[in-house]
Write a protein that binds this ligand. Structure first.
Ligand code: SAH
Ligand code: F3S
Length: 440
């Protein structure tokens, strides 16, 4: 059977789709990138904001049209929406298969059941499923850079967030299996790994002799075992990010100098309502530590605007914290109320939609200015760029990222995908830095 899969949402979903494809390949399925030749369509979904779910409903309408021409096709929803809506998704017969993030090993059996005409569902969450023995099928990969999952789930319970409900309890993966997966990637000539988890700073593995491996020591082991690979990680959490991690980053040249540290709001009052567990002063302290221990390190963030009870003053606090921190990059969102979260159960989603939109526009405008300033600082500097592919605009140009996770485009000459190239930045556009190769 031919399997087609679409993935929405975070890096963890990208990684999970690779796991699901690997499990199905082991069971005789082949992967296809062409939806029209598929016997089974899977859509790996995100529930974090309402519009992420709306998009999937739209896709299901498209799949229904395909089913009209090919009635035997199997359509399945997997991931966070499957977990959140469970059997409700089977009503109306739009899908045949519903599988939560911890049940992918069960996919082959569930697909068989769906083939026999019986709707199939497994949304059981697990406290220990890590898929650690499964080598993810890197089907959409550029062959250069790969995600390696080090944790699953999240125990933080931020008031606005649905992830703890859809991905279950926080757990860490055996470091030996992480190192083994990275070793295999290296054998396949990958050049960069991104260690991923909802809150990597909570990584915690107990060895049989009761000694503990925390995130800093895991990162150090990854860096020292693989000097020819670049290592990144995501996502850090302000409450938990330690100086120890920053010192390990400083110590190893092959750990990229880029940190994603979601701030969410610049107002301590709102942070408390969000149950983030830190104040804006604490957040500033963490940024100060990064700038001191890792001068020049890129810092990116996530911001939610229009959270319950947010006043104009709170919004101003967010703008001023952004200006102070000088983020290189940010993901910015309007607050979207999610069913069953603490915020939905206890607060009123009381910031009107037009105010949310207006505040978001102000935040985006400010970040555009900060991002432009950050790129301005890069002019005339030389960076090592790992080439990931061709520039979108021209085959005569290559595109890659520097240690700061900024995209740099430069003339191809005789360089190839997977090369590390020294590039001087000569100008910038709104999204990209343009450079020229510097001879070593
Ligand atoms: N720790 C996670 C965060 C997952 S959600 C990680 O690994 O990235 C990613 C971002 O989505 C959050 O940082 C937050 O800014 C945003 N987000 C989460 N729930 C949201 C909601 N209900 N409305 C709007 N944005 C939300
Ligand atoms: Fe969500 Fe907060 Fe965890 S944003 S994923 S509950 S760290």
């Amino acid at each position: 059977m031919k399997l087609y899969i679409e993935t929405y949402g975070c890096q963890m979903n990208v990684s999970d789709s690779e796991v699901a494809v690997s499990i199905l390949k082991e069971n005789g399925f082949t992967h296809t990138g062409d939806i029209h030749e598929a016997d089974i369509i899977l859509v790996n979904t995100c529930s974090v904001r309402e519009n992420a779910e709306t998009r999937v409903w739209g896709r299901l309408d498209v799949f229904r049209q395909i089913r009209k021409k090919k009635p035997e096709i199997i359509i399945g929803i997997i991931g966070c929406m499957a977990e959140r809506l469970k059997a409700k998704l089977l009503e109306e017969g739009r899908v045949d298969l519903v599988v939560g993030p911890d049940a992918y090993r069960d996919l082959p059996r569930l697909i068989k059941q769906a083939e026999s005409g019986k709707a199939a569902i497994n949304v059981q969450l697990s406290c220990d499923e890590m898929y650690e023995d499964i080598s993810p099928a890197r089907y959409g990969s550029n062959g250069v850079s790969a995600f390696v999952s080090i944790m699953r789930g999240c125990d933080n319970m931020c008031a606005f967030c649905v992830v703890p409900f859809t991905r279950g309890r926080e757990r860490s993966r055996d470091p030996e299996t992480i190192l083994q997966e990275i070793f295999e990637l290296k054998e396949k000539r990958f050049r960069e790994v991104t260690l991923i988890g909802q809150n990597v700073d909570k990584y915690n593995w107990k060895n049989s002799d009761a000694s503990v491996i925390n995130f800093a020591s895991l990162l150090e082991r990854v860096a020292t075992a693989n000097p020819e690979l670049r290592a990144r990680f995501s996502t850090s959490y302000p409450q938990d990010m330690t100086d120890e991690v920053l010192h390990i980053m400083a110590k190893y040249q092959n750990i990229c100098k880029s940190i994603h540290l979601p701030m969410q709001s610049g107002s301590t009052r709102i942070l408390e309502l969000m149950r983030r567990g830190y104040t804006s002063e604490w957040y500033m302290g963490r940024i100060t530590a990064i700038k001191k221990i890792l001068p020049g390190c890129a810092i990116s963030t996530d911001i939610i605007t229009g959270f319950c009870g947010e006043t104009e003053e709170d919004h101003k606090d967010t703008l001023s914290l952004m200006t102070w921190a000088k983020f290189d990059f940010a993901f910015m969102f309007k607050y979207s109320e999610r069913p069953n979260t603490f915020a939905q159960r206890n607060y009123k989603d009381d910031v009107p939609e037009n105010i949310k939109a207006q505040r978001l526009a102000e935040i985006i405008a400010l970040q555009n200015k900060l991002s432009a300033e950050s790129k301005q600082q890069d002019l005339n500097k030389v960076f090592e760029v790992l080439v990931e592919g061709f520039s979108k605009k021209s085959k005569d140009f290559l595109s890659g990222r520097n240690s700061h996770n900024k995209v740099i485009v430069f003339p191809k000459k005789n360089y190839s995908i997977g090369d590390f190239v020294q590039v001087r930045v000569i100008r910038s556009t709104s999204a990209t830095l343009i450079g020229e190769v510097v001879k070593k």
